[in-house]
Write a protein of this length. Sequence first.
Length: 317
Amino acid sequence: MQLVRQKEHKKQLGHRYAARPRGRFGVALAAVLVAALGTACGSADSGGPDKTKAGKGAEAAGAGGAQVSQAERMKAAQQARIAAAKKWGLAKLPLAAPAAPKEKPEITTRDGFEVDDHEEEELPPVFTTVPTEDKVVFLTIDDGAEKDPEFVKMMQELKIPYTAFLSDYLVRDNYPYFKQMQAAGVVLNNHTLNHRYMPALSYEKQRQEICGQQDMIQKQFGKRPTLFRPPFGNYNQDTLLAAKSCGIKAVPLWNAEAFTNRMDYREWDRDLHPGDIILTHFRGREDWKGTMPDMIRHVMKTVTEKGYAVARLEDYL
């Protein structure tokens, strides 16, 4: 993992490629009470049953049945997650993320990561952590080299959200693989056409890399991205100017990087923090000592043991 603080030009890190179920007794009691109420009202009138109130009683009983049905669905979903965790070799069930915040946090550029005229030009913010008190982290996966079908299946069954940053030269041989991800709710974002070192390119060349990838993703997947991650985490003023001109709204980097057997951290305390963005890659045995499911098992072990849930990045931006 590599990133240049733009003002200091120093390398930071190496880059390697609700409702509770009522139970049968509770439902039966509710039905008895509704029936009794309808009978009492009928007696107070001319002795005949009140069809209107009887109808309301039937609606109430139906609502109670719907609540039970919802509770049963929630229970079934939880049992499915437990079974999936066991199937995929997780010792602990991943923690559930809280509901998406009603008010999005204000995203600003991290100190030391700004470029000249960053605020004046209203350039996209560059950040490694989302400001939140929720004990959540965000999983992001770069490039697209490895296309492991077991990984997609694993993430769908475990209901683990993640965000992808794609480079076309690596994904063009199998767009359907990433369409499968998108269909499951994964947002596909921009990592340039050819994964080149951006500061070495002219403004126009950088714009071709970023806007070209914007066009490709829109053509192949039907939606133009708003998030961009520069290759290797390296960028300069021209990178952000070009990104802005291509419709990019934010530049998420990362505060931790995940491998099959370890986590690397940017901060001095070597730990996770609320809102941290985790970087990993589409990689397999050719590059790692393991598979993408192996990497996810290690990530989830670390995240869960530290008391964090994985949340959807786009819910906070």
